[in-house]
Design a protein around this ligand. Structure first.
Ligand SMILES: NC(=O)c1ccc[n+]([C@@H]2O[C@H](COP(=O)([O-])OP(=O)(O)OC[C@H]3O[C@@H](n4cnc5c(N)ncnc54)[C@H](O)[C@@H]3O)[C@@H](O)[C@H]2O)c1
Length: 267
């Protein structure tokens, strides 16, 4: 039996996509998978030079890609970048919120500026992109939003309160967006990575080169290890983002998928 909800299925498929944080490890991997699936991609990042390098790589592999450099904390700049993306590629079908920043510091020592920076980028930045793209998707009656948060959003971690809280807020706002726009056929889901081999992981410092400490975990900091026995590659996370963005996930919305090798023990 087919429910009438089938008529509200997303039209994301291989339509144009906007990816924030596209110059970073996970963002660039998402872009590669989307162009390989035939989607034109607009790449947004505050690092314009790194963005150009990724755009060149995508074009070299036959993809349609355009850079729309912007800082996600600037609402006006995000709106302009979204408009520029649609001018270049046509109506967007997909938004992937991947831009993010990390701050490490215990609650009793958190620096006010760092606390605000985490929320400005990881929460308000996601809101800016969701607002600008979500309104367009709703008006056209379909599309998909995927926000990359973190497993720290669901599991307490020593020294990661600012990051974890800002990511938990991003999870909540993405799921609210999904509920608000479901009637217009817009889906919104969250991917929560664990430790992933990118510049952000390197920035955490004190990691053994082979990531063995992360895999083992630490009883001193109550941090579980990684049951699947390795740190993620950016592609491991990107595959799930691309799936959720695609029509293969047409009946999936309001979901939060942990891609962390089991590190959070499946909350
Ligand atoms: N690497 C990990 O272990 C890990 C774990 C969990 C979640 N994540 C999340 O995955 C996402 C991607 O991170 P990554 O690992 O690829 O790190 P990364 O540092 O390689 O990439 C992050 C990208 O975001 C961009 N960015 C930061 N602030 C921005 C801003 N204000 N405006 C526009 N762009 C901005 C950076 O320039 C960079 O290109 C982030 O949201 C991060 O929090 C990463």
């Amino acid at each position: 039996m087919t429910g009438d909800g089938a008529q509200r299925s997303s039209t994301s498929g291989s339509g144009p996509a906007l990816v924030t944080g596209a110059a970073g490890g996970i963002g660039a991997a998402v872009c590669r998978l989307l162009v390989d699936a035939g989607a034109p991609v607009a790449l947004l990042d505050r690092d314009a030079d790194a963005l150009e390098a990724v755009v060149a790589e995508l074009r070299a592999r036959g993809g349609s890609a355009v850079a729309v450099p912007a800082d996600v904390t600037d609402a006006g700049a995000v709106e302009k970048a979204v408009a520029a993306a649609e001018d270049a590629l046509g109506p967007l079908a997909t938004l992937a919120n991947v831009a993010g920043v990390l701050h490490v510091g215990r609650v009793t020592e958190i620096d006010d500026t760092e606390w605000r920076r985490c929320f400005d980028v990881n929460t308000t930045g996601v809101m800016h992109a969701c607002r600008a793209v979500g309104a367009r998707l709703a008006e056209r009656g379909g599309g998909s939003v995927v926000t990359v948060a973190s497993n720290a959003a669901g599991v307490p971690r020593i020294g990661m309160a600012a990051y974890a809280a800002s990511k938990a807020a991003a999870v909540a706002l993405t799921r609210c967006l999904g509920l608000e726009l479901a009637e217009q056929g817009v889906r919104a889901n969250v991917v929560c990575p664990g430790s992933t081999d990118t510049a952000m992981l390197d920035a955490m410092g004190d990691l053994p080169a082979d990531h063995a400490g992360l895999v083992r975990g630490s009883s001193e900091t109550f941090k579980t290890g990684i049951p699947l026995g390795r740190v993620a590659a950016p592609e491991d996370v990107a595959e799930v983002v691309a799936f959720l963005a695609s029509d293969a996930a047409r009946h999936v919305t309001l979901q939060t998928v942990y891609v962390d090798g089991g590190a959070s023990l499946g909350p």
